[in-house]
Structure formats: C-alpha cells, structure tokens
Write a protein that binds this ligand. Structure first.
Ligand code: AMP
Length: 320
C-alpha cells in the first residue's frame, strides 16, 4: 500500500507533536471506540516518547475495549487532536477538540460537515477501524501494530459491518480482518462479546418482533417510549443491539426505530437494505450513511411525517 498525500500529512503532524489527543463520537459504538483506542495503541507502541490520550465518556458496557483518559484543558495546548469516526462536529465527544494546535479528521461517513486539516474521509470504507489499519499498513516504516491494537480494530470492523453482513463489507475489508486475525488475540472472543446481549435486551428483542409495524411497502417502524423501556431496566443508549432486528424479516426493506430521549424528543434510528435513507435523516436534523442513519423527531407529528417519508421512499424504490 502506498501513502496518500493526506496520510503523509497526518504522519508528519504525528511526528511533530509530542502530545496527541484522540476523540470519537458521542454514544459510541465498537468502531468509534475500536478506531480510537486502536490508533492510540499503535501510536503509543510506535512513539514511546509521545503522550497519547483517548478522551470521551466511558460506558461500562465497553470496558472490554479500554478506558478513556481524563485530562485538563491545558493538555490541549500544543497538542495534535485527531477526531475519528465522527462526521458532524456537534457529535464529537468532548467539545474541547478545537483547543489543540492542529486538528485532523479520519472518518468513513459522508463528509457532510468538513472539519480538520487534513481530513481523511473515505465513505466507501466499511469502518474507521479499517482506515486505521490501512494507515498502519501504508506506514509500516513508522508504525507498529500490537496484538491489542489488532483486537481493537478487528472489533471495530466486526461492529460496523454487522459481523461482515452489511454491503459495506468489501474484499478489502475481509483482507484487513484476515491480516488483523494473524495477530495474537481471540477473534471468536470478540465476535461473541459483540453478539452477547443481557436478559433485559433479549426481552426487549421479543417486544420488537411482537410490536413492529410492517407496512405493505416493506417500510417498518417501532416507537420505544421511556415508559415502555423502564420495566426492561433499559435506557435509550442501551438499545443499539435491537436496531438491526427488523432487517432479519424478508419483507422489511427499510425501517425506523424511534427511541425517546431524556428531553422527550425521539432519537430516530434508520436502517435500509437498499433505498438510501440519509437524505431523509438530513431533513430531520440528522445524517449518516446511505443505509444507516440517525435523526431526531421532536413530537408525534414529526414521527408520523418520518414514517410517511420512509413509506414513500420504499414505494418509490420499488418502482425504479
Ligand atoms: P445510530 O442509529 O445512532 O447507530 O446511527 C447510525 C449512523 O447515523 C451513525 O453512524 C451516524 O453516522 C449517523 N447519525 C446518527 N445520529 C445522527 C445525527 N443526529 N446527526 C448526524 N448523523 C447521525
């Protein structure tokens, strides 16, 4: 693999900064954390004289992917900040990401909100973890992969490809996963960890299948209010594992899950097997990938509107 000009600029910035702070998005998933912690592990092993921090809220469910660091504001002075896996600036976890000496974006979402110099944005990549591996592979003179970095990047790829099931999984993705598996960690332990759900989530999964509304077009939806989640002992952020479930039904083409947030708006989680849903998400204050997006509905009227738009979109795609 050869080094692109952007990757060259990134490695130059890494070399010229003694302190590197890595941020990722709020409400993280295994790719956000895997790419963040994986890059941090590579940089620590490659440049023992540098100090590398990973920042952002720690979620106990993700302790197996490492722990974030708490740092004071003055650490940002003269630091290089790298934001991974985050398309939009309001979603960056820890708003201090602009306080460094230089800012770099490494991401695989559509570049709806360009920030950072340089930006390395590759929407065709399965995951940001895949990009971090590519960065290592093109820079082997400078960078060292460790077993734990390989485990973290593998976890990110598994997470964002839905265990290599989503169309974003390319031959290159499989080659990268294979190269990572050659390091010393248990890939099956990672797969099992990501597949594991708690009993409350298993019960919520049953609720999803029992209560999902499937329209004739193949559009489907479900609303999860606070009141409903409470007896399951679950909060909105712990519902990620139920989002892919409607897609297992053959008749479902695209779906929306509305999850009530603390402020009583509804987080919309949109998924599709074909018709692109990210423009719909953008119309409702969100964005994301063509087949996996998120947005916000402020009330029941907006929820109805989103369902109608999703239904129309799926119907239109069938006519094409
Ligand atoms: P989620 O349903 O939260 O897993 O989100 C799926 C994808 O949609 C994420 O990878 C993000 O790229 C994107 N996304 C979710 N929420 C938002 C938002 N409020 N604004 C922009 N993009 C979002």
């Amino acid at each position: 693999m050869t080094l692109s000009e952007t990757q060259h600029d990134i490695i130059r910035l890494i070399k010229t900064h003694k302190t590197i702070i890595i941020h990722r998005h709020q409400r993280p998933d295994p790719d956000a954390i895997g790419s963040q912690m994986g890059l941090a592990a590579i940089l620590r092993a490659s440049f023992p004289g540098k100090t590398v921090y990973s920042v952002g809220k720690q979620y106990p469910g993700f302790d197996w992917l490492g722990k974030t660091d708490s740092i004071e504001d003055d650490v940002y002075k003269d630091a290089l900040v790298i934001v991974v896996d985050t398309a939009n600036q309001p979603r960056v976890d820890d708003a201090r990401y602009t306080m460094g000496n230089a800012l770099v974006k490494i991401d695989h979402h559509p570049n709806d909100d360009p920030f950072g110099v340089p930006m390395w944005v590759a929407p065709d990549a399965s995951s940001t973890s895949e990009l971090i591996y590519d960065f290592y592979a093109a820079n082997q003179d400078n960078l060292t992969m460790t077993d734990d970095a390989a485990r973290l990047l593998y976890a990110g790829i598994v997470g964002d490809t839905g265990r290599f099931m989503y169309p974003s999984t390319s031959p290159h993705t499989m080659a990268v996963a294979g190269a990572l598996m050659a390091f010393n960690f248990s890939a099956s332990a990672v797969n099992q960890q990501e597949d594991e759900i708690s009993l409350p989530l298993a019960r919520l999964s049953a609720y999803v299948y029992e209560n999902l509304t499937v329209l004739e077009s193949g559009a489907a939806y479900l609303k999860l209010t606070d009141e409903l989640l409470e007896p399951f002992g679950l909060k909105d952020e712990s519902t990620s594992s139920i989002v892919p479930l409607p897609g297992r039904l053959g008749e479902v083409v695209a779906w929306a899950i509305f999850v009530e947030s603390k402020d009583h708006t509804f987080r919309i989680r949109l998924r599709s097997k074909g018709p692109e849903i990210n423009e719909l998400a953008k119309r409702h204050g969100g964005g994301g990938h063509p087949l996996a997006s998120g947005a916000v509905a402020h009330d029941d009227t907006e929820i109805k509107q989103v369902i109608e738009e999703l239904d129309n979109l799926v119907q239109r795609s069938k006519g094409e």
